[in-house]
Design a protein around this ligand. Structure first.
Ligand code: PLP
Length: 409
């Protein structure tokens, strides 16, 4: 029989969301007709904006004519979109990113998961804890994580982010080669200001580490002091790869489009000690394994940069951030300690009376008929926390808060 990649067998079953679904299902069966408000899953609820939908209609019509038909596109993405990204997402913030440093993809999950293809299996990895599970699981798959022991992988350095340290992780002590940072953060909804992020860039420069900077929630930043891109920090172009996504920015969770910036100044070293460009390796990886995001979707993404598109995107983000404020204010009033929700669409609740994350889940489900996500599912330091998202409908968010207020913590 064919030999498999043993690392896949090391992965525990994807427990978190299936267990959430199982408990909701069991409750629903036991209490038919109850109206459960689901505020756990990270998908958006608002439709895609008119500017993007109009662009997709036009792009679909392009496919009708031999003169405007588009077949295989460039693996790196169309220049019409890469130019907009370079101008609006970077140059407007004083950052110079060349279009040959931008790689369009079908989203940040694939890119954050695939990027390890170009790195040695020996690289040591550090993650903030709690963490978006894709960073950990994909390193398990590629054999970098070691063994699972009490909920921790032996070769991964966990950098706790808790209320005690204000969700600002301490710098690593195990000399990792690769550090995953996600700001604004999923799941904690917190972020790093310029000075705090600069410490990480300086650390990476001093220790030859590579930062994987996931800024999937960049569009939710409201504070001026929070960088939208890691490249706003001097020197970051020598140590960081940045991942972006249109999923939460513009509701493209189903359409699928994002991009990754791999600066040309980013160098690695091969086992013979020769310097190699990471940009060249990622380009090679994409050209070999990826055939580009679809033309229609890239036209939709391009439309987000028009004045109409930008206005419409902002309206949707404002809508979610109004939900975030309702959650923050309402839950604080209910006596809970809450974090996040100012520069991110996630609210991170400290469970009352040292309750476990799952006990709090059960409490909210049974007493309020509100479903969220237990923090422990995101890593050891998530225990004792609970995540609610601001991606729901406004009426449901208000109703959920009213129900929670009745609990009196
Ligand atoms: N990165 C983070 C931190 C996320 O929370 C998510 C989605 O929830 C993604 C990446 C995935 O984004 P995409 O839809 O572009 O694959």
């Amino acid at each position: 029989m064919i030999k498999i990649n043993d690392n896949f067998c090391k992965l525990p079953a994807a427990y978190l969301f299936s267990e959430v679904a199982r408990r909701i299902d069991a409750f629903r069966k036991a209490h038919p007709g109850v109206d459960i408000i689901r505020m756990g899953i990270g998908d958006v609820t608002s439709p895609i904006c008119q500017a993007a939908v109009d662009a997709m209609h036009r792009a679909a019509d392009d496919q009708l004519s031999e003169f405007t038909f588009h077949g295989y596109g460039p693996e790196q993405g169309y220049s019409f979109l890469r130019e907009k990204i370079a101008e609006y997402d970077y140059r407007s913030r004083g950052v110079n990113v060349g279009i040959d440093e931008i790689f369009i993809s079908d989203g940040a999950k694939s890119d954050t998961g695939n990027i390890g293809d170009i790195l040695s299996r020996d690289c040591k990895v550090a993650v903030t804890d709690p963490v978006y599970p894709v960073y950990v699981d994909t390193n398990v798959m590629s054999g970098r994580a070691g063994e699972l022991c009490d909920g921790r992988w032996s070769r991964i350095e966990y950098l706790p982010c808790t209320a005690e340290n204000g969700f600002v992780p301490a710098l690593p002590v195990d000399n990792p080669d690769v550090i995953y940072l996600c700001y604004p953060n999923n799941p904690t909804g917190t972020t790093l200001n310029r000075e705090q992020l600069a410490k990480w860039v300086d650390y990476a420069l001093a220790h030859n580490a590579l930062i994987m900077f996931d800024s999937a929630y960049e569009a939710y930043i409201t504070d001026d002091d929070v960088p939208h891109s890691i490249y706003e920090i001097p020197g970051a172009e020598k140590v960081a790869i940045e991942f972006r996504s249109y999923s939460k920015t513009a509701g493209f969770t189903g359409l699928r489009c994002g991009y990754t910036v791999v600066p040309k100044s980013l160098m690695g070293v091969d086992s013979d000690g020769r310097e190699v460009s990471l940009n060249a390796l990622w380009n090679r990886r994409q050209c070999t394994k990826f055939n580009g995001a679809s033309y229609i979707v890239q036209r939709a993404a391009e439309a987000l940069y028009t004045p109409k598109g930008q206005r419409q995107v902002k309206e949707t983000i404002d809508y979610y951030m109004r939900n975030a404020k309702v959650l923050r204010d309402g839950l604080t009033e209910a006596g809970l300690e809450v974090f996040g929700g100012i520069n991110a669409p996630y609210i991170w609740i400290k469970t009352p009376d040292a309750m476990s994350s799952w006990d709090f889940f059960d409490l909210l489900l049974t007493e309020c008929n509100v479903a969220g996500t237990p923090g422990s599912g995101f890593g050891p330091s998530g225990e004792g926390y609970f995540r609610l998202t601001a991606f729901g409908r406004y009426e449901n968010t208000v109703e959920a808060v009213e129900r929670l207020k009745k609990l009196k913590f």
